[in-house]
Design a protein around this ligand. Structure first.
Ligand SMILES: [Mg+2]
Length: 344
């Protein structure tokens, strides 16, 4: 008997409206999939559509409907299954749904074998770097309150990309001595980035993420050159969706930020790590606002990377799942088979 696909929906709510350079919201509709085999074992995965990449809950549901007829007869047939998903529902605009099915297949094979996915991959969960905690754009009082709430987290990631970035940086630095990272979410020009770089260094920023619009690679090269003089690594996020994006980014950025919602599969995530390493680049794993189901799938990549930003579930107040825990920034992968996620 083949696999049966069930698609469920949930809404998660962030503690604060989450504001970045291009918008604000606090309610997130999510789809999660259940792949059920003939023995009643279930593999789970989450789809986290990003409007920046033209995805919504509706596009996810439509893509899953298209893919339902193309599930593998054998869940271990991962490579062919993922290639078929990308053939039937090619990018752009399909990554979140494909990532959910990829995670569910990986979860299912782990459960069939009775082993956590990280063990099947030969990884040591203790090698995972600590996760940062994100402080979204806000007024000074709320920023200070968020920094107090993030007390247990050793590293903060600050969202910038506004005309009051200098003030925000000052407020954060006055409130905490922790390492900070900055994500401009494509909100700067080359001139603005060059203006900000010395200030970022002065405030002890560890690295700068996505200063420019995704396609401005000449600008990126220029910003990277200036940042290098200040010993400030530049990481790309919106400029880098899949492994094939990496060769042209090498030499123009120091590292990449992988998200399953961008690359569309766990295997593509592994390929991105290998490709970035072949180019001598740093690797970070990030997330959208997600439940612990989506976060746990991404967290399985963390023993292979330099930096993690997996606070997506920690920012919510109604996470329906229990999986990888990111308490105090420390990433702990479950020891149960597959992804090791259960319902709360
Ligand atoms: Mg980012």
């Amino acid at each position: 008997m083949g696999l049966k696909l069930l698609v469920e929906q949930c809404t998660i709510t962030t503690r604060h409206p989450f504001v970045i350079a291009r918008g604000s919201t606090n309610g997130y509709r999510r789809a999660w999939v259940r792949l059920i085999d003939g023995d009643g074992l279930e593999g789970w995965g989450e789809a986290d559509p990003s409007s920046f990449y033209g995805e919504t809950l509706e596009t996810v549901l439509a893509t899953l409907e298209r893919l339902a007829a193309h599930l593998p007869a054998d869940p271990f047939d991962l490579e062919a299954a993922e290639r078929r998903f990308a053939g039937v529902a090619p990018p752009p605009g399909t990554a979140a749904a494909r990532a959910a099915l990829s995670a569910a297949l990986h979860d299912l094979i782990g459960k069939r074998l009775g082993q956590p996915l990280w063990r099947l991959w030969g990884l040591d969960p203790r090698a995972a770097p600590p996760s940062s905690f994100t402080i979204g754009l806000d007024n000074p009082e709320t920023i200070r309150a968020k920094i107090r709430e993030a007390d247990a987290y050793p590293i903060l990631k600050i969202k910038l990309g506004t005309d009051r970035d200098e003030a925000i940086l000052g407020i954060v630095r006055d409130a905490t001595a922790k390492p900070i990272r900055v994500d401009a979410n494509a909100g700067w020009t080359v001139a603005r980035a060059k203006q900000m770089i010395p200030l970022l260094r002065e405030h002890g920023v560890e690295f700068l993420e996505q200063p420019l619009p995704p396609d401005d690679l000449d600008g990126l090269a220029e910003v990277h050159r200036v940042a290098a003089k200040h010993a400030l690594p530049v990481i790309v996020d919106e400029s880098c969706l899949v492994a094939a994006d990496i060769p042209r980014l090498a030499g123009r950025a120091d590292g990449i930020n992988i998200k399953l919602a961008k690359c569309g599969s766990l295997r593509e995530g592994l390929r991105m790590i290998a490709t970035a390493r072949a180019h001598g680049m740093l690797v970070m794993v990030g997330c959208m606002i997600e439940t612990s189901l989506g976060i746990t799938a991404a967290a399985h990549l963390t023993p292979l990377v330099d930096a993690a930003d997996l606070d997506g579930a920690a920012l919510t107040v109604d996470d329906p799942f229990v999986g990888a825990s990111i308490e105090g920034g420390r990433i702990r992968l479950p020891t149960e088979p597959g992804l090791g996620v259960r319902r709360r």
